[in-house]
Design a protein around this ligand. Structure first.
Ligand SMILES: [Fe+2]
Length: 228
């Protein structure tokens, strides 16, 4: 009788909880996000073909390679922010593809077909406080983007109550330790040639000017609130 009872409870616990530990062990892979607008939505400022290749080839490639680089390692299952923090001491595959994944996720979100104009509210006030004026910020950001040698990004970051502009090479990101560019990025521009060459060729400053016509300041304000 006792044996039967033990057997019964063993069986029921097996039947009711067989997948529990399996579910806990399952790691979620990073996924390429859908764009919040169509590929042609940012024209004429950013052309549809560039957007399609940029998203479906480049960003997709970073995402796939990031998943491959962390599979079976202690990084699997961590958030992208956790991975980026220590990425400078990881392999090039983790650093480059982790940055590439995060940077482009942010990039698509801070652009909109209804973008452009000026920021408002708290973001506008903090830009004025940090740079003196919106035009002074625009000059600093555009200069960082134009003078980033080779491939990279220019950023607007929230850092200890202030906003700062900085640039990073390749797919590096301000969230990475020891990158020389601190704070939490709330706005970024991709200045890799793949972001503009089809339409602008070598005229990176024209692309930077055009980018200001599609900045989604509402999203940048949201990023600021989340960064604080
Ligand atoms: Fe890119």
């Amino acid at each position: 009788m006792l044996i039967n009872i033990v057997f019964y409870f063993s069986l029921t616990s097996f039947n009711f909880e067989p997948n529990y530990s399996f579910e806990k062990q399952k790691k979620m892979a990073f996924e390429l996000p859908k764009l919040p607008y169509e590929y042609d939505a940012l024209e004429p400022h950013i052309d549809a073909r560039t957007m399609e290749i940029h998203h479906s080839k480049h960003h997709n490639g970073y995402t796939t390679k990031l998943n491959g680089a962390i599979a079976g390692t202690e990084l699997e299952g961590k958030t992208i922010e956790e991975i980026l923090k220590g990425a400078t001491s990881q392999s090039g595959a983790v650093r480059n593809n982790g940055g590439g994944f995060y940077n482009h996720c942010l990039f698509w979100e801070i652009m909109s077909p209804n973008g452009g104009g000026n920021p408002n509210g708290e973001l506008a006030a903090l830009i004025d406080e940090s740079f003196g004026s919106f035009d002074a910020f625009k000059d600093a950001f555009s200069n960082a983007a134009a003078t980033q040698f080779g491939s990279g990004w220019a950023w607007l970051c929230y850092n200890n109550g202030k906003l700062e502009v900085c640039g990073t090479a390749n797919q590096d990101n301000p969230l990475m330790d020891g990158i020389g560019c601190n704070g939490i990025p709330i706005l970024g521009i991709d200045v890799w040639e793949h972001a503009y060459y089809l339409n602008y060729q070598n005229r990176r400053p024209d692309y930077i000017n055009a980018f200001f016509n599609v900045i989604n300041w509402d999203k940048v304000s949201e990023n600021l609130n989340n960064a604080k």
